[in-house]
Design a protein around this ligand. Sequence first.
Ligand code: FES
Length: 221
Amino acid sequence: MSDDVINPQDVDLSRRKFLIAATTATGAVGAVFAAVPFVASWKPSERARAMGAPTEIDLSKLEPGQMVVSSWRRQPIYVVHRTPEMVAALTKNDSQLKDPQSKDSDQPEYAKNEARSVKPEFLVIYAACTHLGCLPKQHFNPGDPVVGADWPGGFFCPCHGSKFDLAGRVFSGSPASTNLRVPPHSFQQQLLVIGVDESAAAVAARVEPASLSSNDPRGVA
Ligand code: FES
């Protein structure tokens, strides 16, 4: 995993564009960290991105209420560390959602639940809006004036106004018809692995000690 980061303002909101321009402005990022729920990005190695290899994210530095932007297979991914309050509030949204049970949405079977996640505290979703592919912005605070007094917290797509809750579920009245998609992912203690399911990770853990050599490409992803 690289320590490279990008500033949230560098995230291009135009359709299908995702700026992965790394910056070394760690001081500026630190300031953002202190002021608001933080958006930054760890980007996988050039080789890993080219091959579509799994993306690994160290979750130990992601505080409750914060979000990190990463990528997998050249697609932006949002990872949110939800607070217990955020998780508890999800149950109140159902009557306002188009697909509260995610029956018509795209996610692995293990994320077909109210929190749409393996671990309720961590949301892992493709950032692309399911309407036309813009990047919804984080508006986590209930009542955010940009979205409205009755806003429960979630994501707001500035392109055409789609709204998603903190599980990426789309609100009724939005032009987007389905929930934000969930990529395959798994956890290895404090490490989030995007692109590898729990079952595949278990298999890899069993075979790796015997088969992984210095020439094995999995060892340098
Ligand atoms: S692209 Fe998000 S609402 Fe249209």
